[in-house]
Design a protein around this ligand. Structure first.
Ligand code: CP
Length: 354
C-alpha cells in the first residue's frame, strides 16, 4: 500500500480503502491467521486526550497481530508536562517505535507530527477536526450492513460543528455516489462550511433539518453523536445545547425496519437506555469492527521502512491560519503550509480557509 500516514480518510485512494476493508473482513473471520503478522514491531500510542475505544482498540489490535505497545494516555505522566514540544516528543518516540498513533486536542496535530516522524503516523482524533480511523470503522460497519457505500440516505444528528467523526464520515461518504445527507442540528451546531462545501460532488447532496421526527422515516443510517462538552467555552453554552436531541423508542417506531443506528460512542443522554435493545442499533458491533479495521491498517502501514533523520523546515513568518485552535498557532516553530482545494487556499494542518 502506497499510503504512509493516515491523517485524513481522503489520504486513501478508494482502491486502498477496498484493500483495507477486504483485509479487515478476512481478519474478522479468522484472526488466528494474523497473530504473527507484526511480531517484532512496536506501536506507540500518544493520547493527549481521554479515550476508551480508540486507544484500547489500537493497543489490542497490535497485540493480536503479535506486536508490542508503548505510549501514554495522560500527557501529564510524560515530559509534555515539562514543556516538551510536539516536534521533540514525536522525534523521540518514533526513534523507539515502528508506527505512531496520536490523539491531541489541537486541530492539525497529527499532520504536524507526520512532518517530524520517521515512521507512519495515524491520526486518532485532532481536536474537532478529523477522526479517520473512526471513519474506517463506520464505513466497515455500513458496508457489512448495507452491502454498499453508494445511494444511502444518512442522517447525522447532534453536535455537527465539533463532531470530528461526522466531519470525517461525510467527507469519506462524499467520495462515493448518490448519497443524501440529512443534517439534524441546532443552528449553533451546524456543520462547518469546509465540510459542506465538498459534499455536492458525485451526485451527493445534503439538507438541513431541525428535528429527528421529520426525517427519521426516510433514513437508511442514523448517525447519532454526543454534544461535545469539552469543546464549549462555558458550562452555560453547553447547557443550552445538551439534551436537545434524544432518540427514544417512540421515535424508533417512525423509522424503517432496516434502519441502522450508529454512534461513534461514548454516548451520554442522546439515546434512551431502552433503545440499546432495539436490534437496529449497531453501535456496539461498530466499536468491535474498530479493532479489526485498525488491525488491517497497522498490518499494512508496518510494511513501510523507517526513514532517516526528519527534514528541516524554515521557521515561519507572520500569521498563517485564522483558526485559533490550529496547531500552527500553538507550536510556533511549525512551517506555514497551505494547499489549494476547490479553488480555495486552505491551511494544511486544519483545513481552514485562509
Ligand atoms: N469513538 C471514539 O473515538 O471513542 P473514544 O473517545 O473512547 O476513543
Amino acid at each position: 500500500m502506497k499510503l504512509r500516514n493516515l491523517i485524513d480518510f481522503n489520504d486513501l485512494t478508494l482502491g486502498e480503502w477496498d484493500e483495507l476493508y477486504e483485509l479487515a473482513v478476512r481478519i474478522k473471520k479468522n484472526p488466528a491467521e494474523f497473530r504473527d503478522r507484526c511480531r517484532g514491531k512496536i506501536l506507540a500510542t500518544l493520547f493527549y486526550e481521554p479515550s476508551t475505544r480508540t486507544q484500547m482498540s489500537f493497543q489490542t489490535a497490535m497485540m493480536r497481530l503479535g506486536g508490542k505497545v508503548i505510549g501514554f494516555s495522560d500527557p501529564n505522566s510524560s515530559s509534555v508536562s515539562k514543556g516538551e514540544t510536539l516536534r521533540d516528543t514525536v522525534k523521540i518516540v518514533t526513534a523507539y517505535s515502528d508506527i505512531l498513533v496520536i490523539r491531541n486536542p489541537i486541530e492539525g496535530a497529527a499532520y504536524a507530527s507526520a512532518l517530524y516522524s520517521r515512521v507512519p503516523v495515524i491520526n486518532a482524533g485532532d481536536g474537532g477536526h478529523l477522526h479517520p480511523t473512526q471513519t474506517l470503522t463506520d464505513l466497515m460497519t455500513i458496508s457489512e450492513l448495507k452491502g454498499s457505500l453508494d445511494g444511502l440516505t444518512v442522517g447525522l444528528c447532534g453536535d455537527l460543528l465539533n463532531g470530528r467523526t461526522v466531519h470525517s464520515l461525510i467527507r469519506a461518504l462524499g467520495r462515493f455516489k448518490n448519497n443524501r445527507f440529512v443534517l439534524i442540528s441546532t443552528p449553533e451546531l451546524r456543520l462547518p462550511d469546509y465540510v459542506t462545501k465538498d459534499v455536492g460532488e458525485n451526485g451527493n447532496s445534503y439538507i438541513e433539518v431541525k428535528t429527528l421526527e421529520e426525517c427519521i422515516g426516510d433514513l437508511d443510517i442514523l448517525y447519532m453523536t454526543r454534544i461535545q462538552r469539552e469543546r464549549f467555552a462555558s458550562k452555560e453554552e453547553y447547557a443550552r445545547q445538551s439534551g436537545v436531541y434524544r432518540l427514544t423508542t417512540d421515535k424508533m417506531k417512525l423509522a424503517k425496519p432496516d434502519l441502522a443506528v450508529l454512534h461513534p460512542l461514548p454516548k451520554v443522554d442522546e439515546i434512551a437506555y431502552e433503545v440499546d435493545d432495539d436490534p437496529r442499533t449497531m453501535y456496539f458491533e461498530q466499536a468491535e469492527n474498530g479493532m479489526y479495521i485498525r488491525m488491517a491498517l497497522i498490518a499494512k502501514l508496518c510494511e513501510h521502512e523507517r526513514t532517516g533523520r526528519s527534514p528541516a523546515y524554515p521557521l515561519p513568518e507572520g500569521v498563517c491560519c485564522p483558526n485559533p485552535r490550529c496547531i500552527s498557532n500553538h507550536e510556533k516553530y511549525l512551517p506555514r503550509l497551505t494547499k489549494e482545494v476547490s479553488g480555495e487556499t486552505r491551511c494544511c494542518y486544519c483545513d481552514s480557509r485562509l
